[in-house]
Design a protein around this ligand. Structure first.
Ligand code: KIV
Length: 320
């Protein structure tokens, strides 16, 4: 079971590794735990979840006070340039998770189990979840699916690893679903969504991502559950929200496909593009590096070096 003590010792490890003070990282805030999230849910304070795929993006999410950092398999597409999430492997996810974990002393961390790492059997899923915790240093795992995943979720949670469920649009099954489409929009589909969410909850999941569901349906499902729902494209009546950091910060090119529910809170593409263009221009014009970026030398050392070259070396073709 993950406790505040476990999370605190993660902070202590960071202190030792990086000489950082846990107090500095946390800014006096206690680490987020499953228990603190349950309290937050009971107090009806919306839970903020954001993806991070590497060390700096996790540091900044934590600095902003995000409760949960998700190492989502969306990284396959937005960070690794793959066509869809089915390509990313557990080995690759673990590398990204470890980097995120090094930054996240306060935020609670969840690592996605990628396609192929958990569907074959509950035993396979538990082995993958253990790797995500032992090697990826995550505090919980997320997996996609409803009623058919109940036994698997039970297996993982009863072994002491918290599970975040994921129902509605499950991108790993995009081909079966016929693409990235809104879910739960007929009576039959809404009922099946509710059954899925209940099964995932009853199997022991501590929270459930609800993706691409009409707001009213997401609200009814949320009210029927006893664990928090984290919405993405599911309106603002869920217990919390999650977005892909690279999407919401505007890091992707302006012509990249962006789902309707994404709000852009930044324009990293433009600011990075302008910065890199200026760098190129200043390198070309020799404006960079400027004197303030240079290391000082002793003129005598420079003179001695030149004298050595004059005496012992052939003239440089390019200079002659
Ligand atoms: O992979 C991911 O980033 C996700 C979120 C979008 C919920 O699953």
């Amino acid at each position: 079971m993950f406790t505040a003590t476990a999370a605190r010792s993660k902070g202590n490890l960071l202190d030792a590794q990086f000489g950082l003070s846990t107090g500095q990282i946390h800014k006096g805030l206690k680490p987020v735990t499953v228990h603190s999230l349950q309290k937050q849910y009971a107090d009806k304070v919306p839970i903020t979840m954001l993806t991070a795929h590497n060390y700096p993006s996790a540091l900044i999410a934590q600095e902003a006070g995000v409760d949960i950092i998700l190492v989502g398999d969306s990284l396959a597409m937005v960070s690794l340039g793959m066509a869809d999430t089915s390509e990313v492997t557990l080995d690759e996810m673990v590398v990204h998770a470890r980097a995120v974990a090094r930054a996240a002393a306060r935020s609670f961390t969840i690592g996605d189990l990628p396609m192929g790492s958990y569907e074959i059997s509950p035993k396979q899923a538990l082995a993958s979840a253990i790797r995500m915790v032992k090697e990826g240093r995550m505090q919980a795992v997320k997996l996609e699916g409803g009623q058919e995943m109940a036994e698997t979720i039970h297996k993982i949670t009863s072994s002491g690893i918290p599970v975040c469920g994921h129902v509605g649009l499950t991108p790993q099954r995009q081909h079966a679903l016929g693409g990235f489409k809104v879910q739960g929009n007929t009576v039959g589909k809404a009922l099946s969504l509710l059954r899925d969410a209940q099964a995932v909850q009853d199997a022991g999941a501590f929270c459930i991502v609800l993706e691409c569901v009409p707001q009213d349906i997401a609200e009814v499902v949320t009210q029927a559950l006893k664990v928090p729902t984290i919405g993405i494209g599911a309106g603002n009546k869920t217990s919390g929200q999650v977005l892909v950091q690279i999407d919401m910060l505007g890091t992707r090119p302006p012509d990249a496909f962006m789902p309707k529910f994404v709000k852009k809170y930044g324009d990293e593409w433009t600011s990075s593009l302008n910065g890199i263009k200026q760098y190129k221009e200043e390198v070309t014009s020799r404006a960079y590096p400027a004197p303030e970026h240079n290391y000082k030398s002793d003129p005598k050392v420079t003179e001695a070096l030149k004298a050595h070259i004059r005496e012992f070396m052939e003239p440089n073709q390019a200079e002659s």
